[in-house]
Design a protein around this ligand. Sequence first.
Ligand code: PAF
Length: 332
Amino acid sequence: MQLTRRAVTGAMIALAGALSWSGPALAQQEVKIGYALAAAPDSHYGVAATKWQEVVEAETDGRYTFRHFPSSGLGGEREVIEGVQLGTVEATIVSSGTLSNFVPEAGVFDIPFLFRDLSHARTVLDGPIGQDILKRFDDAGMVALAWGEQGFRHITNNRNAIETPKDVAGLKLRTMENPTHILAFEALGAAPTPMAWPEVISALQQGTIDGQENPLSVITSAKLSEVQDYLTLSGHVYSPAMLIVSKQLWEGMSPEDQEVFRKGASEAVAAMRDFVDNVETSGVEQLKGDGMEIGTLSAEQKAAFQKSLAGAYEQYYETYGKDLIDQIIATE
Ligand code: PAF
């Protein structure tokens, strides 16, 4: 019998759940936490998960033990989030790839050219708009503790350098399974190909897609320079991440332990943001050294991409509300 990848992943998630223990009165027991992470241990996610673990371990007398499943060890992010809902995965740090499929309002942060810079994005996510969206994850059966980040997304591909929207015409570009991103690349005339992350490297190697888009934190840690020739520093969209725990885990904790987990999440976010700040400069040098051909979109070139997105923006206004989008843009 041949098992599908989804069935194998489902079985792995079930096994991780079976290995873990959660339930009432967790404060008295040793609790095993499985962390599912799409990126490598030395990535922004790895650094954040390690910091989170350190804070919890230091403040709970070893009552919680952690096991990391990096590099998509428990499958794609959609499967991991479903595992968190079921309680078979205790904790994760995920991108906004499939988040809006669980809480549609979260997709507003995936709108291209919404944020001016990292500081603007961090202010909005840490402020009332971002915190309100975090709370809505409660209705989706999970506890969203904080917004982290990956940085701004850039395009890599094997077909050509990109300077104008014409250069992405027909480009088979892997996107996340994210309707807001897909709409943008359709508007630009590319051929967006939504795909779960664990499939991406082999699809690039086999040439079934020409390129993909991700922040430098991912492009460097996933060694995309080994399978991609061109990098365009397009910064076309900010890429938030979210620190989530399962309700089963959360509701079994004492209020004191919940506070420690919140503190750990907040220190993890600080570590992740430091990582992103560093990789924004060191990453470009590293990828140049790896032989990638790198170009940066100028302000005028970015404006041309923004112009091509005018139709998509009309739909974003309809979906998320023009007032909210304007409020985010106006945040200082
Ligand atoms: O492109 C994605 O799917 C995400 O950015 C990734 C690489 C899984 C990190 O969360």
